[in-house]
Design a protein around this ligand. Structure first.
Ligand SMILES: Cc1ncc(COP(=O)(O)O)c(C=O)c1O
Length: 499
């Protein structure tokens, strides 16, 4: 986009959709001055659309208990809550055979899916570099339900990209390993491929549709962690009979301008209802929990416990939403979707990419700045909305602290719950890793590898890009000695704080 178009898009399409208090928020710097806050931490969480706040507030006027009361307010609230499912269904291209289940965030959505997948035979396949939230829940539930069964992993390339051939080989190996098994319960086949839709660290987007085709060709399903994707790019689960159909997705409201504590899990009704499991109760609307159990039981998601203690569950979405639902979280997501659709995801994508391209152009020639983005065959950076970097001679946590204290720029420094990816990107050896582990066991976390991440969103503008570029360039021109005089290091945590 041309610079004038970027400014116009920001002024007309984006700025009016956020509260001035949020996008013009001021912060104090170390010298006592007050400046506009530049939020470059959008991959962590996002500020709400103005209309999201308004919608939440106005709906609270008629608020009542979802699914529970006979009063008008309860019925109105229930109807609105249920309506959100349909908005989400259309937004992600889910079919009428899918459930749209509300959770608290992506992590709890993965836990829910993982608990049910652990009841199925076979293995989960993940990359070795998934975000912890798309790795540990799978591993944990498999382990608990299947006597220490582990997940299978494939290695990604050192630059953080996925080699589809490697994934294919993994499926093939598992299929061959499984050949002589006579009992389904001992199956070594891969049942599910879980993959991120976009890396929170590099912004790299795996070819999810090709991976879906591959998984399906081995009779497996695919689960896409979409929480870094659908606020930036169009995501379509595609029709159920499409070979590239995405079977499951999960995402978080707080990463898509709706921070009211809700997340979403989408997947086939038959799976959630346990229709693919051996069950004498197949085909009826209620069944005993022994077959196709739900993840979390409690109030609200079962209709009856009989006098013998038999717990019955309905085959509906609610069975997977224990307790009183988060109505405000759900309608916040609905309103955020309406806003994203009104602006047009493709326009958002183009705008954000143009901003990031400008930011990269501003820093990529600086020999002191190292970028951790993959490159294409023309040696051009592959990027989306995230810039992972560090500056020669300056610890990443110091750089992040200086950006905040001296420029009012909020980024994040650390390993971003993607430890193996960080180790790959930074070339950490096994010996170094063992040393880091030893230190952590003694309470020293200072040497956990990390980088600085500037993550852009639609709330950023040209001014933010310019400020980021000039600040990072200025910091890179100053050596560590300059900053040592002003900041003190906590040797245990690696945090730097103003003296
Ligand atoms: C790729 C990815 N997956 C999962 C999560 C977990 O999301 P949440 O904290 O909303 O559960 C994050 C959070 O940053 C993420 O970046």
């Amino acid at each position: 986009m041309r610079l004038t178009d970027l400014v116009e898009f920001w002024e007309k399409e984006i700025k009016p959709r956020f509260r001035e208090a949020d996008i013009e928020s001021k912060v104090s710097l170390s010298d006592g001055s007050v400046v506009k806050y530049v939020n470059l931490d959008n991959a962590a969480t996002t500020i709400p659309f103005k209309s999201v706040i308004e919608k939440v507030l106005s709906n609270l006027c008629e608020y009542g208990s979802v699914h529970r009361g006979s009063g008008q307010h309860s019925k109105i609230t229930t109807e609105r809550y249920e309506h959100v499912r349909e908005t989400i269904r259309k937004f992600v291209g889910a079919s009428s055979d899918d459930y749209i289940i509300f959770t608290s965030n992506t992590t709890t959505a993965v836990h829910l899916a993982a608990s049910l997948w652990a009841q199925r035979y076979g293995f989960i396949l993940v990359s070795d570099t998934e975000h912890s939230s798309n790795l540990l829940p799978w591993a944990q539930h498999e382990h608990i339900k299947n006597n220490g069964r582990v997940v299978r992993e494939y290695n990604i390339n050192p630059d953080g990209t996925i080699d589809i051939e490697q994934v294919r080989q993994c499926f093939e190996r598992a299929k061959n390993d499984d050949k002589d098994r006579t009992f389904a319960a001992n199956s070594l086949k891969i049942k599910l491929l879980a993959v991120t839709g976009a890396s929170n660290l590099t912004g790299y987007k795996p070819q999810i549709y090709e991976l879906a085709r591959l998984a399906h060709s081995y009779s497996a399903k695919i689960f896409v962690d979409a929480c870094q994707l659908l606020q930036h790019e169009h995501l379509d689960m595609l029709p159920d009979d499409d070979p590239c159909h995405i079977d499951f997705i999960a995402f978080s409201g707080h990463k898509m301008y709706a921070p009211f504590g809700a997340g979403v899990l989408v997947g086939p009704k038959d799976f959630f209802d346990g229709r693919d499991l051996p069950s004498p109760f197949f085909g009826i609307d209620f069944h005993n929990l022994v077959y196709g159990s739900v993840y979390q039981l409690g109030g609200g998601n079962i209709p009856y416990i009989d006098s013998d203690g038999g717990v019955l569950r309905p085959k509906i979405e609610r069975a997977h939403e224990p307790g009183t639902p988060n109505f405000t979280g759900a309608i916040a997501i609905e309103e955020a979707i309406l806003q994203l659709q009104e602006i047009g995801i493709q326009h958002i994508s183009r705008y954000e990419h143009s901003l990031v391209a400008l930011a990269l152009n501003g820093i990529k020639e600086n020999s002191r700045i190292r970028l951790y983005l993959p490159k294409d065959s023309n040696e051009e950076y592959i990027f989306s909305t995230v810039i992972p970097f560090d500056i020669e001679g300056l610890p990443h946590k110091l750089v992040a602290e200086v950006l905040a204290q001296e420029y009012g720029i909020g980024v994040r420094a650390g390993s971003f719950c993607s430890y193996e990816l960080i180790r790959k990107l930074k070339g950490i050896t096994k010996e170094q890793d063992q040393q880091i582990t030893k230190e952590i066991l003694k309470g020293v976390t200072a040497n956990i590898p990390g980088l600085v991440r500037a993550s852009f969103g639609m709330i950023n503008n040209l001014e933010d890009v310019n400020k980021f570029v000039s600040s990072v360039s200025e910091i890179s021109n100053r050596g560590i000695e300059y900053y040592r005089q002003r900041y003190g290091l906590d040797e245990k945590t690696g945090e730097w704080r103003l003296k």
